[in-house]
Ligand binder design. Structure first.
Ligand code: S3P
Length: 173
């Protein structure tokens, strides 16, 4: 595979699960941006936000994307906010295909409600807040994406298969 596959979408849209599935089922190498940042900074996402601030975290995302653009053939599971910066989208577009995973606010809520390492949702863990933030971000998610896959009610294997099929079509064969 030339270039990268960048998986984007709202928190809880399934990016990490689908990236792992693409690795296990299709032999691609996955890299989760949040996990790499946690490893490199030696602290959890919530602690980075609390102690260093969101702007610092966003800069780490951009720097990581820059470094990754020198590599080939990775499935990169992005953070939910990565495509909010035009600079990040430009880097991603230059280096691969951007796949948007979508889900309803209700589905997202069910997937993320027990997790406490998402600073943007702490104290806001409800469907209405998720819907509002999703609507606010939707134009940027949609503008960045080469194509979207809806994930509600689907298994990771089904979502992976859809992505692989669409990538083949996108090869123009
Ligand atoms: C964020 C999403 C998170 C993480 C950080 C900010 C966002 O990643 O990068 O908490 O702005 O949507 P996930 O989408 O993997 O939860």
């Amino acid at each position: 595979m030339q270039g990268q596959i960048y998986l984007t979408g709202f928190m809880g849209s399934g990016k990490s699960t689908v990236a792992r599935c693409l690795q296990n089922e299709y032999g691609l190498t996955q890299l989760e941006m949040d996990a790499r940042i946690v490893e490199e900074e030696g602290m959890a996402i919530s602690r980075i936000f609390a102690e260093k601030g969101e702007a610092y975290f966003r800069q780490l995302e951009t720097e990581l994307l820059r470094r990754l653009s020198g590599e080939q053939g990775l499935v990169v599971s992005c953070g939910g906010g990565t495509v909010m910066r035009p600079e990040n989208v430009a880097l991603m577009k230059r280096n691969g295909v951007i796949v948007l995973l979508t889900a309803t606010p209700e589905t997202i809520y069910e997937r993320v409600k027990e997790n406490h390492d998402r600073p943007l949702l702490e104290g806001n863990m409800n469907v209405d807040y998720i819907r509002g933030l999703m609507e606010q971000r939707r134009p940027k998610y949609e503008a960045a994406a080469d194509f979207a896959v809806q994930t509600d009610g689907k298994t990771a294997a089904e979502i992976c298969a859809e992505i692989v099929k669409k990538m083949d079509l996108n090869d123009g064969k």
